[in-house]
Structures are given as C-alpha cells and as structure tokens.
Design a protein around this ligand. Structure first.
Ligand SMILES: [Cu+2]
Length: 172
C-alpha cells in the first residue's frame, strides 16, 4: 500500500507549487497597480533603469536621452506644463495639414507596461502618450537590439513641435 501512496504527495506537491506561483504573480500585479508612480525612488522593483522625462511648455527635459539596446527601462513621464502634452518617439517626421506623425514608431512591436494613475495595462505599438498638466505616466519596456541609432521624441499636439517641443533618443 505504501507504493500507491508515495506518488500522491508528489502530485500534491506540484499542485502547491503551481498555486504559489499564481499567488506571487497576483501580488506583483497588485503592487504594480498600487504603485501609481508617486515616488521619486529610482529602481521601481521591475528591475529596469529608471529615467525621468519632464514635459514643459514647450520642451522636454532632458532633451536628449540615451538608451542601451537590450536594457529594460522604467521611463517616468511628467507633465510640469500648463497644458496637455504628448510624447511620441519615432523616425521620419511626416507633416500633413499642420499635424505631424512618424513614419516609424519606436514602440512598434515593443511590449510596454503603461501605468497612468491607478491604471496599468500591457500595450503594444504604443503611439502618442498624452499626459495632462500635473499628470504622470510611466512606461516599462526593453529596448530591442535592432533599434540602434538616433530617434526623435516629440510632442505632437498641434503647434508644440514648432515651439521646440522635441528632442533626441539615441540607442547605443
Ligand atoms: Cu506639447
């Protein structure tokens, strides 16, 4: 009879392991949602390098950022200005009828964990990120190895680009 009972603890053991993993993932998701970006502490648990990008009327600070291919980042975007601003990173600015867009979107095919206020969501092909005055959002992503070179970051709210609201993102 002992031979029949031996495998049972093994099966139960696997069940416990699976349950433990589920609980850990649940806690991690809860922690991410609760964080909501009010802290200035670098290294937000996700293991990425924290960068802070501030939006003003009408500029980005810093106006140049450098990212390493393969590196994971926690990019905090804060709007310190008095009006809504947007962040888009891309290449090949296209202007049509006074509005701008990029031919190539930096985040195309890149998985991004987007957090804004209480909300957190996995986003692919993130385009323009709108941030209200006094607002803040954060992006967790890994820079693809094939993204080397210079990219442009820009606010695509009509008129803002012309007022100087753009900068450079270099991947190297
Ligand atoms: Cu703007």
């Amino acid at each position: 009879m002992t031979e029949v009972e031996v495998p049972r603890p093994g099966i139960r053991g696997m069940g416990i392991v699976a349950a433990a993993v589920t609980v850990v993932l649940g806690l991690a998701a809860g922690a991410l949602a609760a964080e909501s970006g009010h802290s200035d502490e670098p290294s937000a648990g996700a293991g990425g390098t924290t960068l802070v990008l501030e939006m003003g009327d009408y500029h980005f600070t810093p106006s140049r950022i450098t990212l390493k291919p393969g590196q994971t980042y926690h990019l905090v975007v804060r709007n310190r200005g008095t009006t809504e601003h947007e962040l888009m990173i891309g290449r090949g600015l296209v202007t049509s009828g006074g509005t701008h867009s990029f031919r190539t979107n930096f985040f195309s095919g890149v998985e991004v964990l987007l957090k804004a206020g209480e909300a957190a969501a996995e986003v692919e092909d993130l385009g323009e990120l709108e941030v209200e005055p006094g607002g803040e959002a954060s992006l967790d992503f890994t820079v693809p190895a094939d993204h080397q070179g210079d990219w442009e970051m820009a606010c695509l709210v009509p008129g803002h680009y012309e007022l100087g609201m753009h900068g450079t993102v270099t991947v190297r």
